[in-house]
Design a protein around this ligand. Sequence first.
Ligand code: MN
Length: 156
Amino acid sequence: MKKQLVAVAAATALLGAAAVHAQGIQIAPAGSTPSRLGGSQNFVGHVTVDMAQVGQSGQHGSVGMVDFAPGARTAWHVHPVGQLLIVTDGKGWVQEQGQPRREIKAGDVVWIDADVKHWHGAASANGMRHWAVAYKKDGQSSNWKEQVSDDQYQGR
Ligand code: MN
């Protein structure tokens, strides 16, 4: 009896999935994609990345929510077609190479031009969360460079 119930539940789930795909709008329920930690090659400090993966969302770009603990930041990098950052929480920094770092905070929207070397991250005393949308060229949305030193991070 229990096995039959499991089989019925599995069949129902399959039918449900098929029905979802038949529609023109797909919804990824919150939490359906596991969070991952930002790797130490491309980040300093504690960084959590939640990629938005639903339908064709990854076809032309990379879309993800990035959560930086205080002091955490990306390495220097470039985006071949540019990047949109939408800051949803906290306070942080963005810096273009050769320019002073600039404060960003919840509600700010940032556009980074193609091939502009830069980094972004949290302030030293406050966390920061942003959505990051980076468009793809030849399948690539980011090219990673060296880490941001503590002196660079502090604006020294
Ligand atoms: Mn970037």
